[in-house]
Design a protein. Sequence first.
Lengths: 341, 292
Amino acid sequence: MSERDRRRLVFAAFAAVLPLALLVALSRGSVPLPMGGVLRSALGRVGVAWGSPLPGTGEVILWSVRLPRVLIAALVGGGLAVVGASLQALFRNPLADAGLLGVGPGAALGAVLAVDLGWAHERFLAMPLSACAGALLALLLIYAIAHAGGRPTLSGLLLTGLAVSALAAAGTSVLLVATEEFRVRTILFWLAGGLEGRGYEHLALVAAFVGPGALALLLLARPLDVLSLGEEEAASLSLPVHGVRILVFGLCALVAGPVTAVAGAVPFVGLIAPHALRALVGPPSRRLLPASFLAGAALVVIADVAARSLGQYVELPLGSVTAFVGAPYFLVALRGQEGRG
Amino acid sequence: MSGRRRAAAGALAFALAAASSVSAGDATPRKVASLNLTADELLVEMLPPDRLVAVTRWADDPDMSNVAGGVPAAAVRLPRADLERLVALQPDLVVVSEYTDADFLRLLEKSGLRHHRLSGLDTLAGIRAAIVDLGRAVGADAAAGRLVARYDAVLAELSRRLAGAPRPRVLYWGDPHTAGAGTSIGSLVETGGGTNVGRELGLTGIVPLAGERALEADPDVFLVTRGSGAATALRRHPLLSRTRAVREGRVVEMPNRLLVALSDHAADAAWWLASRLHPARVPEEAPPARLE
């Protein structure tokens, strides 16, 4: 099999796995729905009558509760994987992911503030919007501080991100200890990552950023590949290194911020998907980014099914499920990288 | 207001009340689901068993619940706020807590489920109002009235017995949280014949308290949850073990189900606490049966 055929096969496999994962995710849950019924119901919605669909409550569960959740899972996974692939090219490090951006702690601070002030209990979408604002403010702060002394280096940008993250984490801790016990539980669930209770409005929020953001990153595939050769080589090829770097960094944060705001912390997805796929589709971003999107989407959809199915009394945190898979993978990949280094 | 105007206003009020009672009667929920322990306790006491379709899994836990053993067997025990199972049960009303997320409530509405939110449970007066509201929402006004009548009778008797008694200064200790103003525990302490030290310190809500401030406050009594290990922790605490209250053994360990009671059982909780703070005036642990 030629290299090209193998790559096509990989794409075809992921293009098949994702719909299958979505179908399984739509049928699994605390109230099981038959896959045939789910399919018939979906066909019925597009005007194809084929046998009897689901009973009334099944229809409500499928269309009002489960579908938005499953689609959010796909967008969260896809978005994080594209961000991971882009950052790995930007930093020329195959173990980079969205955690480097500093938007997670900013989002956490926004979410805790919404809970502490009681907004989350009183106003619809207050928590994800507040988390989103926290993430974007953290991004602006990183940008402003890093540029205060002129054009920052990549390491300067990263270290500024670390410092802003530490500040946001400190603020989160202060608020958490001062928040009423009853409210703390809400924020703990958010911090652990999860998709319970998310509806179409949350889906719209994620889609509004992930769709255009991922597409823009895909359009930057060629500059990303040039950047991955090194800054001097990129500059010698007439690439506006600083501008592209800031643009990629900003787009990654714009995708990761709202994703974190809606789903909480979902670690390792941005690391596993592109890292595993690089060997299958090759390093060029024009192939790696879309393949990572598909793989990341399937991974989080399956992880969410596991989160819903494995816990007896509580739903397992989605972030814990991805960490249980991702942390061992990361350690193995790290050992492999050290072995090569 | 003139007599004629007053009469007209009265007639209008009567007409509105009549209209609203008809409307409430039409909308009386047949099947009710509960998503919090307080509602579990109240609904078990208010509704016939066939109308309560779901309770939380805590309702059967004798450490947490005041109705353990009395929950209808047919009611589904929900381990969490599981929207899919709620939709499958098709309740006419879902009773949620004050702390339920607004996003979850929107999803409930979009799934076609009505909800009633319990609120104002941070004082004993607020709990009374919440019982009446819930009774109205589930169409069980008479049953709610009976609960409230007993609640009032217990608290009135307690107030009579504690009249003029010196009030010990009580500090709730949840290592490191305490209860300030605007909390059910603070209200419980004051109804049970104590003075809430958390409120004295200017605190509001259930908030952390530094050991040094607690030592300086020098409470007469520490109130802790029984079985939580808090009493042992107090005796081993480097600072708080030196307080008079700990040295002299004035640590009241209250059963968890009473300490967290935000239903009509809050009156029983106040009575229990009074029996520990004022044993000469309130010798019985539970209110006498004549108040039933």
